[in-house]
Structure formats: structure tokens, C-alpha cells
Ligand binder design. Sequence first.
Ligand SMILES: [Zn+2]
Length: 288
Amino acid sequence: MSTPTIVTFAEGAVDGDGVVTRIEQGSHGTVVVVDATPFHPVDHTWPDQPGDSGTITSGGRVLPVAEAVMAAASAEGAFAVGGDIPVKRGAEGWTWLVGHRIDAEVPDGLAEGTRVRLSVDETRRAGLSRGHTACHLASLALDLAVSDLWRKDPGTDALGNPDFEGRANQSSRIHENGAVDEYRLGKSLRRAGFDTETFAATLADREEQINSRLAAWVASGAASFIRTEGPTIVDRRRWHCDLPEGHAAILCGGTHVDSLTEFSAIVVEFDLSDPQLLVMTTTATPAV
Ligand SMILES: [Zn+2]
């Protein structure tokens, strides 16, 4: 049985050396697995942040990596990639790996045991990190901006405010310098005690509150960082941020900026054209 891939993206690494541990061809294309990688893979159960792209270099040949993905190998010899993995993240009996999806022929000479150089597309990574941090900040600001609309206690978010995000968020899609979040405003949220009518009637106000909060957070230049419980891809990781309202820590597998000084602005926009579905689009502008 193989050993789990060691990941270094949580420390901000974008380059590293590794040894190829397997090369698998399948419906997913060609996937190269190494013992250690700086690539951040897309999560197979909550695919909010896309996997890194970049290159693998071996013996002077540069192979393009289309996207880093989760992979898992079972004790019985099964190998699965991304959405085909039949078990939950971290399940016992499986070795958890990072695969590098290659859109090219694997050259002769690249095989199990080959030492390779791994390089992440830094510009794209930086954009995705800004998008992911902005996404978390926008949802914390959203929780704050609707905190008066709860008639029952929905539980608390990372800043101790009523957890609208945890109750209503149904999908989160991160891209370079931004994110799109969808919130279900249906019957079950009303039953949980959320006043959707007042929310809809005061939408523009709420949006403005979020945006002025985000401006204050960007101006604070707060530190933002990741803490891990271990070096493998399935060890738990948390994003931390020292906001003026308090220290926020959120379970998160993604990549993030080192400081809110990396933004010049973060702005959200609401779309409630379907009254059952709030769409929040977050746009981050990098600092120059
Ligand atoms: Zn996250």
C-alpha cells in the first residue's frame, strides 16, 4: 500500500521536488501521483476551490498539469480519482493522494521512482487564494448583516454571530479574485426562524452593510493564515483571520492570502431574482 501524499500548499509553497509513486490512466485521463507536492487539489466532496494548475518537469521535459485532483488507493488495490472516490474524505482503509492530471502523453522515462520538479502556476494560485479569503470574509460579513433577522438561535459562526452561512449556504464556487455563493431561502430556513420577508424588503441596505464592513476589514490589514493538524492532504486545516471583531477560525481545505493588505477592495453583489435563492457574487480587487 502506498503512503499518503505530503502537501506543502498550506505554508504557501508553489514549488517543490517529489518522487513519482504511480502513474494511472483511466476515464479521468492520465494522473501522476507523487510523494510530496505543492499543488492544491480540488476537494472531491466540497469542490469550492478549483485545483492548482502548473507543470511537472522531468529530465528537461515540461509536462502541463491541467488540474490537481484528490485521488485515493484502497488496501485492495482500487484507485479512484475525484468524484469517483467511493468513500468519504479520510476514510479508513484508503491511502489519500494528490493526483496531477496531465493533458499530454507521458514521456518515456517518467515512471514510478522518477524524481520530478513540481511548479504551480503562481498567478492563478494567488488569484484563487484571494478569491477564497474574500469568500470567507463576505460570508462572515453577511452573517453580521442579517443577524437581527433571526427569531430562533441558528447556532453561531466563527465570529460568534448567528450562522446564516451554515444554515443556508448550498454551494460555493471560488475563482480567481472572487466567488459565487448560493443560499437557499426556502421553507426550512423560515422554519428555522429566519425572516426572509424583511430580508427581501431590505436587500439593498444589507448589501451596503456588508460592503462597508468588508471595506473596514480590508483597511485593517488583518493577518490571514492556515493551520494544519498534519502534513497529508486529509489532515484537518483551518483558515484563521484576526479581524477587528475578533479572531475567526474556519475549517477549510483551501489556500488563502497572508494578509488582508493583499486586497485593495472586496465587494459583494446580491441577486434575488429567484426569491427562494440568494446569489451573492464576491469580487476582490488585488492591491497594486
Ligand atoms: Zn474555505
